[in-house]
Design a protein around this ligand. Structure first.
Ligand code: NAD
Ligand code: UDP
Length: 326
């Protein structure tokens, strides 16, 4: 079946998820314009795409207006790990809110379809379990995580107001914890932290008792879900949960990482960060029905691929360190 080639804008395209998305869109025959301000993203994530005639990359901050011509927009620009989004919380809110306004304005001028990378954080510390899209959430509006949670909630509001007021074609994906190759090794997220610690033989840092739960989705499954959502008809706007419903405790994750790396690292406990959600699991019934989608990659397989990536990255960094010392 031949694919109609589109011009697709991916904001935050040099980040973890964005780089995989750019790659998949190019493989599907589309032209991709990737924009990024490199706050957490890296050119190395898309180095293999540079030189491909279907790929273009531009340094740009979404808090400023952008004038380009495209058919579809995936708005992913925003730091996603707690240490990065709390580093400059005012900028985080600006990125979500001003970024959404700028990208929605662009979509309105072009009559382009636009997808927002929203988050399970809109549910805050949820009192409904598993989380369904109808749940309004339990979010602290003035805490350390609020710049991210409330910024993303406001972006969702803007998407739905543009949809109602300007008949814009929108898609809102609520992404749950996703992991895989090209995660930032120092972003403090649990999967990258545990693997980097295990490979170094350093203590594995469990925050709190490790009984809090998360549900981890492998990046390929997530990107597949995002593309399927973008391809749905105008009647489907979301919000739609995209994630893997297999839930586990953080302690179980640590044990799996130790086993798969063959590490001798010990488990240590550190204080739980502020407003750390106690449990999180997506109800993906809507995505199953509307997209005929569900995650395929099992946690152990996804972790093995991620461990392979971080092992190679560590060797590369050690080589560079050795050369610069020598
Ligand atoms: P990431 O930090 O690797 O990627 C974000 C990208 O956005 C980076 O390349 C960064 O440099 C760029 N960026 C940040 N601020 C920008 C700005 N003002 N202008 C232009 N570019 C900017 O994180 P990720 O995990 O790839 O997340 C991508 C998106 O998915 C984010 O919007 C995030 O909120 C959302 N999300 C991710 C997860 C997850 O588990 N990975 C979960 C929920 C939601
Ligand atoms: N976490 C942990 N040790 C770490 C990093 C994170 O125990 O070294 C915990 C963190 O407190 C949270 C869970 O792992 O309960 C997921 O954290 P992450 O930052 O990856 O994502 P989020 O909290 O946004 O889901």
């Amino acid at each position: 079946m031949s694919v109609i080639s589109k011009r697709v804008l991916v904001t935050g395209g040099a980040g973890f998820l964005g780089s995989h998305l750019c790659e998949r869109l190019i493989d599907a025959g589309h032209d991709v314009l990737c924009i990024d301000n490199y706050f957490t993203g890296r050119r190395a994530n898309v180095a293999h795409l540079i030189g491909n005639p279907r790929f273009e990359i531009m340094r740009h901050d979404v808090t400023f207006p952008l004038y380009v011509e495209v058919d579809e927009i995936y708005n992913l620009a925003c730091p996603a790990s707690p240490i990065h989004y709390q580093h400059d919380p005012v900028q985080t809110t600006k990125t979500s809110v001003h970024g959404a306004i700028n990208m929605l304005g662009l979509a309105k001028r072009l009559r382009a379809k636009i997808l927002q990378a929203s988050t399970s954080e809109v549910y805050g510390d949820p009192t409904v379990h598993p989380q369904t899209e109808g749940y309004w959430g339990n979010v602290n509006p003035i805490g350390f995580r609020s710049c991210y949670d409330e910024g993303k909630r406001c972006a969702e509001t803007l998407f739905f107001d543009y949809h109602r007021q300007h008949a814009l074609r929108i898609k809102v994906a609520r992404i749950f914890n996703t992991y895989g190759p090209r995660m930032h090794p120092q972003d403090g997220r649990v999967v990258s932290n545990f693997i980097m610690q295990a490979l170094a033989g350093a203590p594995i840092t469990i925050y709190g008792e490790g009984t809090q739960t998360r549900s981890f989705c492998y990046v390929d499954d997530l990107v597949d879900g995002l593309i399927r959502l973008m391809e749905t008809g105008d009647e489907i706007t979301g919000p739609m949960n995209i994630g893997n419903p297999v839930e586990m405790s953080i302690r179980e994750l640590a044990e799996a990482v130790i086993e798969l790396t063959g590490s001798t690292s010990e488990l240590i406990h550190q204080p739980l960060p502020h407003d750390d959600p106690v449990q999180r699991q997506p109800d993906i019934g809507f995505a199953r029905r509307a997209l005929d989608w569900e995650p395929k990659v099992k946690l152990r397989d996804g972790l093995k691929r991620t461990i392979t990536y971080f092992t190679a990255l560590r060797e590369e960094l050690q080589d560079k360190g050795g050369r610069s010392n020598g």
